[in-house]
Design a protein around this ligand. Structure first.
Ligand code: G6P
Length: 609
């Protein structure tokens, strides 16, 4: 949450920072600001409450703030309401040091109290201001000296971009448990919270580790450890296209990313299926190690957690390994009893989600093997897991995930089939059948996208709903959970997912005339039971949208509106049945005139607890 970007080079900094921030707005959009060193080497700070567009207009797209060196910030408010005073960058008292921050300074209050006693005045309610004032307190002309003193005194998580007025043409940055990359190009050097911010300038990046410091100048980049010793870093080339982080003719990133799903799923599965055999070298596990796994824990947040719900059914069903699925925010504090031969799978698009990262570290302390299923190459979870299986979704910008979720599912299928084969819980024929079905998923997803106009029509009809329910059994319950999350997070319609068998234990009392209930029924052995549950809510006045497979046409006797998805093996239907529900969330939001890519109060990358 919060995005930071910094630049020093041969071009004007402000337009570059604004462009970078526009790619980071998914990390927060409560306010935006920049600190630029002008030609007289005074730091000028401009900031505005609200979207980046306000800052853009205020600064004539950056042209009103000249200078070749600066840092920028887009904020997701944690400490202090969204306001100009609380917007970053923050200054010290004589405006000679400016700081942008992503993360949370946990001991900010005690730092503040200490400094107030020494005569410091605070003008914002942020935790970040404690950092800049503490820098001021320790600064005696040597930026590295002051920064390292501050680093050992602040607790919590931070990625910081810092300017010192008496060190013109230098940008300092540091991180601990908040993401930050460093980019290098002919036109200058960069820091950023995430790759898309600098992708149109360079694909050459360095990853900085916790407690490392970087100094950017026009001419070069220097890295230091906490002891102020210079260290060497290896440059890595990112293979994402700059266009991949643009809307490319689509009205919104969310729709673009929904449409990219066939390709993203294909890119994720193809390199791992050779001659119709699944090979996932990145797992780094021998057959013997796979056979020995006694239990799998899947730990994640948000939609990635919903992938875990699907994974439980698929892995337990196919490979007969018990699977426990946990929300990372719960898992990290519950001290689970873990057997030695357990495997923990952390699923994360960003690879930076604070709770997932903390869960990973807790597991590693117990000496249990951790596999990361991660989209962002070089992210913290990717680097800290014992092994990482990358999902090849490309940059995902819309706050509500679609294509990353789909590639995470595809990764889970590959793992489940591979484990089942190695553990002999499926025969050769079943193995070949599953591999065929997985390979066919991208085309089938493409087919469903063709139904978009019908779903748009339906979404328009129900856009004024106050409440919706998504019901299903088995894997269909997991689909309902993700469908319901898509709906509520972007359209603000209150929606809940229920295991259909639980309806009679409470939620059916909420059903009244006109309430939309989405019934998902793709699992043959549970189909009749689902139809009965749908009939029960219909009898109480609900309007029913059904999602089922081609061929189940009698669904129309119960549902008022039915969406059909191609047939596949029941284990894999999540990948198909979720598509209409993503579209339903998208079009409901559009019909309500809301900003689908940037829903209120949310940020894509949740890097604080
Ligand atoms: C946020 C995003 C979701 C995502 C979740 C977990 O809530 O909006 O789309 O599923 O975080 O993020 P991760 O990056 O760990 O997958």
């Amino acid at each position: 949450m919060c995005g930071i970007v910094g630049y020093v080079g041969f071009e004007q900094a402000a337009p570059i920072l604004l462009d970078g921030l526009s790619k980071l707005e998914y990390r927060g959009y409560d306010s935006a600001g920049m600190a630029i060193m002008d030609e007289e080497d005074k730091i000028e700070v401009v900031k505005a409450k609200g979207r980046l567009q306000v800052l853009r207009e205020m600064t004539d797209s950056g042209h009103a703030v000249p200078g070749v060196c600066g840092v920028g910030h887009t904020r997701w408010a944690t400490h202090g309401e969204p306001s100009v005073a609380n917007a970053h960058p923050h200054f010290n008292k004589d405006k000679s040091i400016a700081v942008v921050h992503n993360g949370i300074i946990e001991n900010y209050q005690s730092i503040r109290d200490r400094l107030v006693k020494k005569g410091y005045e605070f003008i914002s309610q942020t935790d970040t201001e404690a950092v800049v004032q503490l820098l001021d307190y320790y600064y005696q002309g040597d930026p590295l000296e002051a920064i390292t003193k501050v680093m050992v005194r602040v607790e919590g998580s931070y990625a910081l971009g810092i300017l010192f007025q008496d060190h013109p043409g230098e940008v300092y940055a540091v991180r601990k448990d908040s993401p930050m990359i460093v980019g290098h190009s002919e036109e200058g050097n960069f820091i950023a919270s995430d790759v898309p911010a600098i992708l149109s300038h360079t694909k050459n990046v360095y990853y900085i580790e916790n407690m490392e410091i970087v100094k950017l100048t026009k001419e070069g980049i220097k890295f230091y450890n906490i002891d102020k010793e210079e260290i060497e870093k290896e440059m890595v080339t990112i293979d994402w296209d700059a266009e991949a982080a643009e809307k490319g003719g689509y009205e919104h990133f969310m729709l673009k990313e929904i449409y990219e799903q066939p390709k993203a799923v294909r890119d994720t599965i193809s390199p791992r299926i050779k001659d119709d055999r699944i090979e996932i070298e990145e797992l780094g596990m021998t057959e013997e190690e796979i056979q020995k796994i006694s239990k799998i824990y899947i730990v994640a947040c948000g939609s990635a957690y919903h992938v875990g719900i699907t994974a439980k059914y698929v892995i337990e069903g196919m490979a007969r390994i018990p699977v426990e699925v946990d929300l990372a925010s719960e898992f990290r504090y519950r001290d689970p009893i873990m057997e030695e031969n357990s495997l923990v799978i952390i699923i994360s698009q960003s690879g930076e989600t604070a709770d997932s990262l903390a869960a990973l570290r807790a597991v590693k302390e117990k000496g249990i093997r951790v596999l990361g299923i991660v989209n962002v190459v070089g992210s913290s979870i990717a680097r800290e897991a014992d092994n990482v299986m990358y999902t090849w979704a490309g940059p995902e910008i819309a706050v509500a995930t679609t294509k990353a979720y789909s590639t995470q599912l595809a990764s889970i299928y590959l793992i489940a089939i591979l484990f089942a084969k190695v553990r002999n819980t499926i025969d050769d024929q079943a193995y070949a059948g599953y591999v065929e079905e997985v390979k066919a998923l991208p085309d089938k997803i493409q087919t469903i996208l063709g139904d978009r106009e019908r779903i748009q029509w339906f979404a328009n009809k129900f856009a004024s709903s106050h409440d919706m329910f998504f019901i299903g059994r088995g894997l269909d319950y997991g689909i309902g959970m993700e469908g319901s999350l898509k709906m509520k997070e972007v359209s603000y319609v209150h929606s809940e997912a229920y295991a259909a068998g639980e309806l009679k234990h409470g939620p059916i009392s909420l059903i009244e005339k006109g309430i939309l209930v989405v019934g998902i029924a793709t699992q043959p052995q549970l189909y009749d039971k689902m139809i009965s549950n749908m009939a029960e809510v219909k009898a109480r006045g609900a309007y029913i949208m059904g999602v089922t497979n081609y061929g189940n046409y009698e669904m129309e006797d119960t549902a008022d509106f039915t969406v059909y998805v191609p047939k596949t093996n029941p284990y894999f239907t999540t990948s198909l049945a979720i598509i209409p529900l993503q579209l339903l969330g998208y079009y409901t939001t559009l019909a309500k005139g809301l900003d689908v890519d940037k829903p209120r109060n949310l940020a894509k990358s949740v890097t604080v607890e």
